[in-house]
Ligand binder design. Structure first.
Ligand SMILES: NC(=O)c1ccc[n+]([C@@H]2O[C@H](COP(=O)([O-])OP(=O)(O)OC[C@H]3O[C@@H](n4cnc5c(N)ncnc54)[C@H](O)[C@@H]3O)[C@@H](O)[C@H]2O)c1
Length: 350
């Protein structure tokens, strides 16, 4: 039987505790950390753990015998915690967005490579069944390669009270797309392969409480020639949270459209050579499946060195695409070629 892995959960805010539940299926959580001790204690309590709690991840790393850390802390500390964990010889699972900038991502990669520890970045959207199904539809026997995809990520972020938090500060979060768009940007990469050129524009600012743009228009060109566009707005009141953001796409042999509802997701697709429209309903939104897949693959990667569903590569490329959008928008929409930092590129040893 495989040994039971020993994980620490670092970052016990809105997301950390829920994610900890999935981790408990594959590992023991032996320690938790959050600068706000009450959060670490509440998470331990909710997860039913008799685990040590810390306010400083450095102390945690110094005192605990660990196989891995799960970083579910705010984006601005992803890089420093990853580097410290790597230096302590501990594997790292880090939540999206991998970091705030591409150079930070490369520092994380280098630290993990130097210490020979694994680094996975969680990007659950591409693993959720309806979204994974759209990727599957790009196989030749279905719709074939994507030619163009459009996503209108119109979501009302105002009820989430993020204005006073790190999410609102681009220096801490990595910009507006890290809040609204990161999942779609990663999924574009999963659908279309490597991006080669990016255009970005900011729309008018309507809500002065955000220091980041309310409206972002981004277009990605991929090495395949495919185009994918994202219109992101954080002020759209009509739809409930999950009803926004459905992609519509044209592929070589037909098209697809996703229609998300709060409790289920409808996918429609049709090949050019078929008279019938396919309709698939996903009654389970697929969060459990995606989180379980990520964390169990991470555990197997550690235990069996089995190729996982995600590594750091997706995380880094997603940050790169988002950073390119900001760079283009700041130049009034001029195209930006990838890679953004050719001098930092290196052979992608996992
Ligand atoms: N995969 C997903 O679907 C998904 C969903 C939500 C959030 N997330 C990611 O999870 C992370 C946390 O998001 P959240 O919504 O829980 O934010 P949050 O603000 O609710 O929680 C962040 C926590 O990080 C803690 N923190 C700050 N500095 C720290 C440090 N040095 N060491 C340890 N903890 C520290 C904060 O005190 C806070 O409790 C983000 O990276 C976010 O992108 C992923």
């Amino acid at each position: 039987m495989s040994p039971r892995l020993r994980f620490a959960l670092i970052g016990c805010g809105d997301f950390g505790t829920g994610f900890g539940r999935y981790a408990l299926a594959v590992a023991d959580i032996v320690a938790l950390c959050d600068p706000q001790l009450d959060r670490a204690e509440a998470a331990a309590n909710e997860l039913g753990l008799q685990a040590a709690t810390y306010t400083d991840y450095r102390e945690l790393l110094a005192h605990e015998e660990l196989d891995a850390v799960l970083i579910t802390a705010a984006n601005f500390v992803h890089a420093e915690i990853t580097i410290a964990a790597a230096e302590a010889g501990v594997h790292v699972y880090c939540e999206k967005a991998m970091a705030r900038t591409v150079p930070e991502c490369w520092q994380m990669v280098r630290a993990c490579q130097q210490s020979n520890v694994k680094l996975m970045v969680g990007h659950k959207r591409r693993l959720r069944p309806p979204w994974a199904r759209m990727i599957e539809l790009t196989r030749d026997e279905f719709l074939g390669k994507p030619l163009s995809i459009t996503v209108a990520q119109y979501t009302d972020m105002r009820p989430y009270h993020m204005y006073e938090t790190w999410w609102a500060d681009p220096e801490l979060s990595g910009g507006a797309l890290a809040r609204l768009g990161v999942h779609v940007v990663d999924w574009f990469g999963a659908m279309c392969g490597p991006a080669s050129r990016v255009w970005g524009l900011y729309g008018p600012q309507n809500d002065s409480r955000w220091p980041t743009p309310d409206v972002i228009n981004a277009t990605f060109e991929f090495s395949s020639g495919a185009l994918a566009s994202l219109n992101s707005s954080s002020l759209f009141p009509v739809h409930a949270f999950r009803q926004a953001q459905g992609p519509i796409g044209q592929c070589e042999h037909g098209g697809f459209k996703l229609n998300p509802q709060m409790k289920y997701i409808d996918l429609y697709w049709q090949r050019d050579d078929e008279a019938q429209l396919h309709h698939e309903r996903f009654d389970d939104l697929g969060f459990d499946h995606a989180f379980r897949l990520e964390i169990s693959d991470f555990a197997r990667w550690i235990l069996e060195d089995r190729q996982p569903c995600l590594t750091w590569v997706e995380g880094l490329r997603c940050v790169e695409m988002m950073e390119a959008v900001y760079r283009s928008a700041e130049k009034g929409g001029l195209p930006v070629d990838l890679p953004l930092y050719p001098e930092l590129e290196q052979p992608s040893k996992l």
